[in-house]
Design a protein around this ligand. Structure first.
Ligand SMILES: [Zn+2]
Length: 177
């Protein structure tokens, strides 16, 4: 989903459901895209509401053999299934953008309070985190193979927002997000 603003500006990418059971971010992106007014927007907002569509349909966090799609970035076009999915998202959508916010929830039976996960030592990432209003920002080194780490390394500052728990659509959390 792409909203092209009438005025020039940066390109922001929003991604969610890299883990197929994390639903709050899907609705957050839907609402953001619907509510944006392209006439006053500066720049572009790109929304990828369901990255892991195959596992979303199965209501499952991981791909087969408990492998985590969010450990395969930046991917490989000749590699395994998750490497190819990661590569397609990374090269076609993420790399042309100027910044990314990757939306998540807690895993399994955990519920995460609203928080940003940020590598505060990276200046461009810290600057992006400061553009949020009152929300806790946790200093967090990106896990190897995560979208956040790979994109930041490629020069696209990326942060993760965690909000709520899996397998449910929590409207109050969506509103906060
Ligand atoms: Zn997640």
């Amino acid at each position: 989903m792409v909203i092209n603003g009438a005025n020039p500006g940066p390109v922001l990418c929003l991604t969610s459901a890299i883990h197929g059971d994390e639903l709050n971010g899907i609705e957050m992106i839907r609402q953001i895209i619907l509510e944006l007014d392209p006439k006053i927007l500066r720049g572009v907002v790109v929304g990828v509401p369901i990255v892991n569509l195959e596992r979303f349909w199965r209501k499952e966090r991981y791909i087969g053999d408990r492998r985590d799609l969010n450990r395969y970035f930046p991917g490989n076009p000749e590699g395994s299934y998750p490497e190819r999915v990661a590569h397609a998202l990374f090269t076609d959508i993420v790399q042309p953008c100027d910044m990314v916010i990757d939306l998540h929830t807690g895993s399994f039976f955990r519920e995460n309070l609203p928080q940003l996960r940020v590598e505060l030592t990276v200046e461009s990432v810290a600057k992006l985190a400061k553009s949020f209003a009152s929300i806790t920002a946790l200093q967090s080194i990106s896990p190897p193979g995560s979208l956040r780490g790979a994109a930041t390394k490629a020069g696209v500052p990326t942060i993760v927002m965690e909000i709520g728990g899996p397998l449910s659509l929590e409207t109050d959390k969506v509103t906060v997000g």
